[in-house]
Design a protein around this ligand. Structure first.
Ligand SMILES: NC(=O)c1ccc[n+]([C@@H]2O[C@H](COP(=O)([O-])OP(=O)(O)OC[C@H]3O[C@@H](n4cnc5c(N)ncnc54)[C@H](OP(=O)(O)O)[C@@H]3O)[C@@H](O)[C@H]2O)c1
Ligand SMILES: [Zn+2]
Length: 377
C-alpha cells in the first residue's frame, strides 16, 4: 500500500538537544529559518507532530505567509496543510492551539485513546488504529483516505526516532543551531533504537542565517517483507537504468542495483549493457561484485522487473544467479508477463531458495515504460 513521502524536519543544538527544560519553547533557529520552514509547510499536504510536542510547545503549525496561502488556494489546494497528531493515551488539552487554528485536523490514536479523545471533545477527526499505534497503517491511511502525498513531520524526538528506526523516513531536514543546551534532562533529538543501515546520503547543505541546514536521505534497504523508504529510492534508480537499455524486440529492458544492508551501493547494471548483447540487468550487476564479498548475504537486489526464471540465452536464469550470489532479498516493480516465457515465475524460484521478494507496484509504470513496444501498448 502506498505511503506519502515523509520529510522529517528538526532543529537541534550543537549538543544534540531539541529544547531545554524551561517552560517556554527554546528558539533554536532564527527568522530566516522560520521563513524556510514556512515555505516547506506551504509545499506539503500535511504536517504531523507527536502529542508530546503539543503538550510542551502548544504550536499552531500554520503557513504564516499570506502569499504562500494564496498560492496554495490558486493551485486548488487547501489553504492550510492538514494537521496530524499521534497519541497513544488520547490525553490532549482540548484548548490547545493545534485544534483551533488552521485547517483540518486528525488525531491517530489507539482504541483506548479514541475513547479518551471523544470524552475530551477534541476538535478533530479521531482515527483509532487498534490496540497499538502502527506507523505503516497510519501512513497508508493518510495516503488513501486523506490524499496526503507529502507529509512533513515536525517532531518531537519520540516520533522522529520511530520513523527513522522503522525505515519510514524519506528525508531528514536537520538544522544545526550554534548554541549549547547542556542540560541532560532536556529532550534529545534522537533516542536509542536500532537505526537501519549505516551512513545517510547528504543531498544538500546550506547556511540559513546563523544556522546550517543539511538534508539527508536514508539509504538502508528494508528488512524481509517490510519495505523501507529507501527501497523506493533504489527501485526508482533501477527503473531509471532500465530506460538506458539499448532497445530490443526480443528481450525486456531492465535495470538492477545491488545494495548492502548498510545502504552502500555494491553494483548496478542494465540489460544488454556494454558489448554483451544478451546480458540481463541482474546478471550484469552481480558480475561486478566480488562473489566472496560478505555483504552479499544481507544485500538486496533491486530489479525493475522480477528476475527471470528461465532464459534461452544463458544457462542460469537471474533468479538462480541471485540465489547463488547468496542474496536473500529482492525488490521489484512488476512480475514477468508471458511475453517471451510462458509461466515465468522468478519469484517462485527465489522464494523456493529462501529469498524474500517484495513487489512495489507504485513503480510499475516506470518499469514498463521502456518496454511498451513489447507489451502491445
Ligand atoms: N527543535 C525542534 O525542531 C522541535 C520540534 C518538535 C518538538 N520539539 C521538542 O520536542 C519535545 C517533545 O518531544 P517528545 O519526544 O516528548 O514528544 P513527541 O515525539 O512530540 O510526542 C510523543 C508522544 O506521541 C505519542 N506517540 C508517539 N509515538 C507513538 C506510538 N508509537 N504509539 C502511541 N503513541 C505514540 C505519545 O503520546 P501519548 O503520550 O499521548 O500517548 C508520545 O508520548 C518538546 O520539548 C518540544 O519542544 C523540538
Ligand atoms: Zn534475467
Amino acid at each position: 500500500m502506498p505511503h506519502p513521502y515523509v520529510l522529517l524536519s528538526a532543529a537541534v543544538s550543537l549538543d544534540g538537544y531539541l529544547d531545554d527544560t524551561g517552560p517556554e519553547r527554546l528558539l533554536l533557529s532564527g527568522p530566516a529559518d522560520f521563513d524556510r520552514v514556512d515555505e516547506v509547510r506551504a509545499s506539503v499536504d500535511a504536517i504531523l507532530v507527536g502529542a508530546g510536542t503539543i503538550r510542551a510547545d502548544n504550536p499552531r503549525l500554520l503557513v504564516n505567509s499570506p502569499g504562500r496561502r494564496a498560492a496554495r488556494l490558486a493551485e486548488g489546494r487547501a489553504e492550510y496543510p492538514l494537521k496530524v497528531t499521534v497519541s497513544g493515551s488520547g490525553d490532549l488539552d482540548p484548548a490547545a492551539r493545534f485544534w483551533h487554528t488552521g485547517g483540518e485536523k486528525v488525531l491517530y490514536t489507539t482504541d483506548k485513546g479514541a475513547e479518551r479523545a471523544h470524552a475530551l471533545g477534541l476538535a478533530a477527526d479521531v482515527v483509532p488504529l487498534g490496540a497499538e499505534l502502527d506507523w505503516r497503517r497510519l501512513l497508508e491511511h493518510l495516503h488513501a483516505e486523506r490524499g496526503v502525498r507529502r507529509l512533513m513531520v515536525e517532531g518531537g524526538g519520540t516520533v522522529h526516532t520511530q520513523l527513522l528506526t522503522e525505515g519510514l523516513a524519506d528525508e531528514l531536514q536537520l538544522v544545526l543551531a550554534p548554541l549549547f543546551v547542556g542540560d541532560p534532562k532536556a529532550p534529545r533529538l534522537f533516542g536509542p533504537g536500532s537505526y537501519q543501515g549505516g551512513r545517510l546520503r547528504m543531498v544538500e547543505t546550506r547556511p540559513v542565517g546563523d544556522v546550517v541546514l543539511t538534508r539527508y536521505e536514508p539509504t538502508a534497504p528494508g528488512t524481509g517483507p517490510l519495505p523501507s523508504a529507501a527501497d523506493h529510492h533504489w527501485l526508482a534508480l533501477a527503473c531509471e537504468l532500465a530506460a538506458e537499455c539499448p532497445p530490443s524486440q526480443t528481450a525486456f529492458s531492465v535495470g538492477a542495483v545491488v545494495v548492502a544492508a548498510d545502504g552502500t551501493e555494491l553494483a548496478r547494471g542494465h540489460s544488454r549493457e556494454g558489448t554483451d548483447p544478451v546480458v540481463h540487468a541482474e546478471e550484469a550487476a552481480l558480475a561486478k561484485v566480488d562473489p566472496t564479498d560478505p555483504r552479499l548475504v544481507t544485500a538486496t537486489v533491486y530489479s525493475s522487473l522480477e528476475p527471470c526464471a528461465r532464459r534461452a540465452s544463458r544457462p542460469a536464469p537471474c533468479a538462480r544467479l541471485v540465489l547463488d550470489a547468496g542474496v536473500r532479498r529482492v525488490v521489484t516493480a512488476w512480475r514477468e508477463p508471458d511475453t517471451f516465457v510462458a509461466g515465468a515465475d522468478g519469484s517462485g524460484v527465489l522464494a523456493g531458495g529462501g529469498a524474500t521478494v517484495v513487489v512495489l507496484p507504485e513503480h510499475e509504470d516506470r518499469a514498463k515504460a521502456p518496454n511498451g513496444h513489447l507489451l502491445g501498448r
